[in-house]
Ligand binder design. Sequence first.
Ligand SMILES: C[S@@+](CC[C@H](N)C(=O)[O-])C[C@H]1O[C@@H](n2cnc3c(N)ncnc32)[C@H](O)[C@@H]1O
Length: 221
Amino acid sequence: MGLCCSQCQGIEMEFNRKTAASQLRRYRKRGAGGTTRVLIDALEAMGVDGLTLLDIGGGIGIIQHELLMVGVMRATGVDASTAYLEAAREEAARQGHGDRVAFHHGDFAALAAQIAPADVVTLDRVICCYHDMGALVGLSAARARKLYGVVYPRDTWWNRMGIALVNFIMRVRRRPFRTFVYPTDAVEAVIVRNGLARQFHRQTLVWQVVVYGRSPAAQAP
Ligand SMILES: C[S@@+](CC[C@H](N)C(=O)[O-])C[C@H]1O[C@@H](n2cnc3c(N)ncnc32)[C@H](O)[C@@H]1O
């Protein structure tokens, strides 16, 4: 079995109905938190009124729900987990904006050709779940007309050690899911090659939140 196939199988196993239900409960009780909140606030401050959103690996759809509430016109959610996509759909309907979100199930790198570009593209804690950073980041950055927001692990020794430990445990338990930490320079090089420049950066011990913008001259009408 190839890594892509086993990784997508691993995603379905790890991001399952039980974890989706628990995330949904937490979101309904406490709202968006941590670095997800930082990313949402940064995007809102840059202006999202009337824009379209493509949220890749959006899980239960927190970024979609929050940005639709503050001016985003339409959103598209793409997720490799059936359970998370269902939870996102249920929450969108509950919040009354189900008709403004389109959902696609599957691996974004495989589906990319069928997904239209959007003004704002987000990947919140998704790059670390995927084995082919170049494909995921390159294909998604190419679809961002104005803003590209990502949350992914800092390339530090403690993150590399933590991820090696998590992957070791996964291997021992014979679970196919793996996590990845990529060099910031390598991720950023792919993004910059796609015509985007860094506009916002914030980091915690583990994560970095970065928003890139496309120069107005390079934005499609
Ligand atoms: C750690 S969760 C993050 C969910 C959400 N963005 C958040 O921060 O709460 C990773 C999500 O990315 C999705 N995912 C990982 N790789 C993906 C890919 N190649 N295409 C689409 N979704 C993917 C998983 O199914 C999962 O929902």
